[in-house]
Design a protein around this ligand. Structure first.
Ligand code: MN
Length: 316
């Protein structure tokens, strides 16, 4: 066991995902891999949901966030985002929505049309570090992102750099900590070297197909569908292979040296900050404002627990 911010060294830990019902009238089922009871964060990545593939009518009504960035990465289908800054954007696969909540923002996410449609996406949160967590909220859409070619055995793959830096190539999306999020296409029969930053911790998620991850000791045991293979720190690369083709996502960054108190849609440092956000949202304070086009409909913050919220700790 290490304390927060320390380097665990190279490990191979399966972080299995769990099924979670997403709130709202037409509830959707999601697979959640982060936070995990063994590990609250990978770098500053503090939340990882996969919704889909499923046929659904997505209606996530206006709800607030503080202290984090949301990273929306569609894999199939289109998602309409609206927020309290007046943004109204339809996002497609290969495109990134990055919402920086800072001191406070609210948004809604809908699928297109009124009937069920094929939907699949990753929804990730990045914890903002102390120096950035009270910034004014902002919203960015990136329709094109830089790529890196990974030449390997049996073929070459392409890595799309979603956030942060991979192999010296940096996403235009705003990052506040040393971080990487990238999607890698592995052709059938290929084994690619995936470059890692040794000072950072990393995890690998398979989003399509079947993939193997190996280091000098051999193949590493993979988690079940939707889970993350946590690699720890101290690695320069791993080999990612696939017999029939795969898409994988690598998440990593400098281990976060701040302990997070996470509750509902809020990321903070202590209980009282969460209580303040709860009152500001449910009291309709100007801190969050209104998302246009919803006629005042919103998801209220649920009752807070009777106990004081405490920071999540690492067990790795
Ligand atoms: Mn949200």
């Amino acid at each position: 066991m290490t304390s927060h911010g320390e380097a665990p060294g190279p490990v191979a830990l399966r972080l299995e995902a769990r099924d979670v019902p997403l709130g709202g009238l037409r509830a959707m089922q999601v697979r959640r891999a982060l936070p995990h009871r063994a590990l609250p964060t990978i770098g500053a990545w503090c939340f990882l949901d996969r919704f889909g593939p499923q046929r659904a009518t997505m209606r996530v009504e206006p709800h607030p966030h503080i202290g984090l960035q949301t990273v929306t990465w569609p894999l199939e289908g289109e998602i309409r985002h609206r927020d309290t800054l007046g943004s109204d954007v339809v996002l497609r696969p290969g495109e990134l929505n990055l919402m920086t909540a800072g001191a406070g923002i609210a948004h809604s996410e809908y699928s297109m049309g009124d009937s069920p449609t094929e939907l699949d996406a990753l929804q990730l949160w990045v914890a903002l570090p102390d120096h950035a967590r009270h910034v004014d909220p902002s919203f960015e859409t990136h329709r094109t992102l830089p790529t890196v070619e990974l030449a390997g055995r049996g073929g070459a793959g392409t890595a799309t750099v979603i956030l942060g830096t991979l192999a010296g190539v940096t996403s235009p999306a705003t990052a506040h900590t040393p971080i990487v999020g990238a999607q890698i296409t592995v052709p059938a029969g290929a084994t690619l070297p995936l470059p890692l930053e040794p000072a950072w911790e990393h995890g690998v998620l398979v989003v399509d197909g079947t993939a193997t991850v190996a280091d000098a000791s051999g193949a590493l045991a993979m988690p079940d569908d939707g889970g993350v293979l946590y690699l720890g720190t101290g690695r320069e690369s791993v080999a990612v292979g696939s017999p029939s083709g795969a898409t994988v996502v690598v998440l990593g960054g400098e281990p976060l040296a701040e302990r997070l108190v996470m509750w509902w849609n809020f990321v903070a440092r202590d209980h009282d900050e969460i209580v303040a956000a709860w009152h500001d949202w449910n009291g309709r304070s100007a801190r969050f404002g209104e998302v246009p086009g919803h006629g005042g409909v919103r998801i209220p913050a649920p009752p807070m627990p009777d106990v004081r919220l405490t920071p999540r700790s690492r067990r790795v």
